[in-house]
Design a protein around this ligand. Structure first.
Ligand SMILES: *[C@@H]1O[C@H](CO)[C@@H](O)[C@H](O)[C@H]1NC(C)=O
Ligand SMILES: *[C@@H]1O[C@H](CO)[C@@H](O)[C@H](O)[C@H]1NC(C)=O
Ligand SMILES: *[C@@H]1O[C@H](CO)[C@@H](O)[C@H](O)[C@H]1NC(C)=O
Ligand SMILES: *[C@@H]1O[C@H](CO)[C@@H](O)[C@H](O)[C@H]1NC(C)=O
Ligand SMILES: *[C@@H]1O[C@H](CO)[C@@H](O)[C@H](O)[C@H]1NC(C)=O
Length: 535
């Protein structure tokens, strides 16, 4: 359905308030503006970005995020902070959604690396260190007995907390493009180091605060908030000292990487219990704009980058984010649950498409599968030549009840419908080969499968990289910064405690900038990656 029509059927108020200003704004920006044509071109990526929002699984695989959303943590949500002191920090500081993520940082100061981390070679910055830490004072106080323990601080939100969600793996401190949206688009700084977390958090908080938000949500191995001011909207529940090396119960310290991976793997498909409410209608994405998203490194061509976009272009996108946040930060606008829509599409097609593309071995079976997916869209009483009407109905099946409101809704819709159009046209093309053609044979089967293999390759649904059921003593292991080897990114697989804690060694890390420790002599050549404090 063309968008002009959708505008026309929206209530009169919407026409005046939303449709007109949006298009006026688009026109005012001259050539550089979001467009449904671009959203269609980037449809596969937009679809997957919506599908992976605030989900650990797809965001780990497609780690270069290009989209920003308003997000709210409701009242009453528990959040965790690990540190070397009992006192709450002022902020900006980090809060994690997973206990184990914060436990990883609940260590004495002497086991934590200094805040000003040397440039390469060296470990990445300890990302839950106090940001305003002064190196000299740090050194003097290093042996202060008060700092000789770790503390796990638990907070609870006292009211809804409004934040900016940066998608992909935005907390991965890499030069691969995981930070492009933060550094190039939001901060407008191309000369910053990917290691400079302190200045990044300070800049992000300045921007968020000026927009009336309390911080940002990002993801690494686990979701986290950079909370700009700990005295705002948080209640301290407890700040408990962690066991020391000599305490009973301290034998398992530092926290085992395997337990940490097990915890974050529980969030692969949902952050759980509605702990983050995403405003999908606020999604502003570089994927809506005519930008050059090419990755200059050909070996990572599947991962988009903002490096080839101009400053003026990125500034225009940021200014749109500011407008959307300004318009919607009160949270009283209608929100379209776009993730619910794409979930319905994936649920209907994912298993059947991969089965038809890779599993089916008879024409009859393929015929049955295709008919099962398409029959509902066909009126056999009509002479719908080449199934043009039926393909349209199939394309809009999960979206035709939706009335978009924001400019961004129109872009997301265009992206999603370009994907469903690809699915429906491919299926009708296969139908022609194996159903309409009464002489369909093994050649038809091969041609049908080949067409579906192309579709599957374009769709790149993260569901197809899932491990299946792992043993109770295993975790489906995907590379999540700073963990994981190349194999765990390309083909995530079930791994037990031994194999998770024994990898990666030296150069096998998936994360090219990450510096791994040399084996300690007493560890008999096996590397421990349990906690950054070991580095
Ligand atoms: C960019 O970041 C670098 C390093 O953090 C900083 O020295 C510089 O002042 C920043 N530039 C701008 C324009 O903010
Ligand atoms: C897009 O960026 C890539 C990588 O920087 C560059 O090689 C290519 O020429 C650019 N394409 C256009 C159309 O500018
Ligand atoms: C296709 O749809 C249009 C509009 O709904 C309808 O007028 C037309 O009769 C349909 N054609 C066929 C062949 O079903
Ligand atoms: C863990 O996995 C490794 C590699 O797959 C295997 O060799 C080993 O036997 C497993 N260990 C246990 C305790 O199951
Ligand atoms: C890591 O890579 C470098 C250069 O690519 C190579 O010289 C070195 O031997 C490698 N180290 C290991 C442990 O594989």
């Amino acid at each position: 359905m063309p968008s002009a029509f959708r505008c026309a059927i929206a209530p009169l108020l919407a026409i005046l308030l939303l449709c007109t200003p949006s298009s006026a704004r688009v026109a005012a920006n001259g050539d550089f503006a979001p467009s449904e044509a671009v959203a269609k071109q980037n449809g596969f990526q937009i679809f997957n970005a919506v599908h992976s929002a605030v989900r650990q699984w797809g965001s780990s695989l497609n780690h270069n995020g290009l989209s920003l959303f308003l997000a709210t943590v409701p009242e009453g949500v528990l959040l965790y902070h690990g540190t070397h002191t009992k006192e709450p920090p002022l902020g900006p500081e980090w809060l994690s959604f997973e206990i184990e993520h914060a436990e990883n940082f609940a260590r004495p100061r002497r086991q934590r690396p200094p805040p000003d981390v040397p440039s390469k070679p060296g470990p990445p910055p300890e990302h839950q260190l106090p940001l305003h830490g002064n190196t000299e004072i740090e050194t003097e106080e290093r042996d202060d007995p008060r700092d000789s323990h770790g503390y796990l601080q638990i907070y609870q939100t006292a009211r809804p907390v409004r934040l900016l969600y940066i998608d992909g793996m935005g907390a991965a401190k890499t030069s691969m493009g995981t930070l492009d949206t933060q550094d190039f688009l939001l901060r407008g700084n191309r000369s910053t180091s990917f290691l400079g977390e302190g200045s990044r958090a300070a800049d992000l908080c300045e921007i968020a605060t000026s927009w009336g938000l309390q911080g940002v949500i990002r993801m690494e191995a686990g979701f986290e908030i950079i909370k700009c001011d700990f005295s705002d909207s948080l209640r301290l529940v407890s700040s408990n000292q962690r066991p020391g090396d000599s305490d009973r119960g301290g034998t398992d310290r530092p926290l085992q990487t395997f337990e940490y991976m097990r915890a974050v793997s529980q969030r692969y498909h949902s952050i759980g219990s509605n702990r983050v409410a995403v405003d999908y209608s606020s999604m502003v994405s570089a994927l809506f704009y005519p930008l050059n998203l090419t990755n200059p490194d050909p070996s990572y061509s599947h991962l988009p980058r903002l490096i080839s976009s101009t400053d003026a272009q990125l500034k225009a996108v940021k200014s749109r984010v500011a407008d959307v946040v300004h318009d919607r930060r009160n949270g009283d606008h209608p929100i379209i649950d776009w993730q619910g829509v794409v979930d319905m599409v994936v649920a209907r097609y994912a298993d059947k498409l991969i089965y038809m593309a890779e599993g089916v071995n008879s024409v009859e079976t393929l015929m049955g599968e295709v008919n099962g997916l398409l029959n509902l869209h066909i009126d056999y009483a009509e002479d719908d030549k080449d199934f043009i009407n039926a393909t349209k109905i199939c394309t809009a099946f999960f979206t035709n009840h939706i009335t978009p409101f924001t400019q961004e809704d129109y872009m997301v819709l265009a992206g999603i419908e370009s994907v469903t159009a690809s699915i429906c046209s491919a299926l009708f093309a296969v139908r022609k080969i194996v159903v309409t053609d009464h002489n369909a044979d093994d050649k038809s089967l091969a041609a049908g499968r080949a067409a579906l293999q192309v579709l599957v390759k374009d769709l790149k649904w993260s569901k197809w990289k899932e491990c299946g059921r792992c043993g109770y003593d295993e975790v489906c292991f995907v590379a999540m910064w700073p963990f994981g080897d190349k194999m765990s990114h390309e083909q995530p697989n079930c791994r037990n405690r031994t194999s998770v804690e024994g990898i990666p060694s030296g150069n096998s890390s998936y994360w090219p900038d990450f510096w791994w420790p040399r084996p300690k002599p007493e560890s008999k050549g096996r590397l421990s990656i349990s906690g950054h404090g070991d580095l």
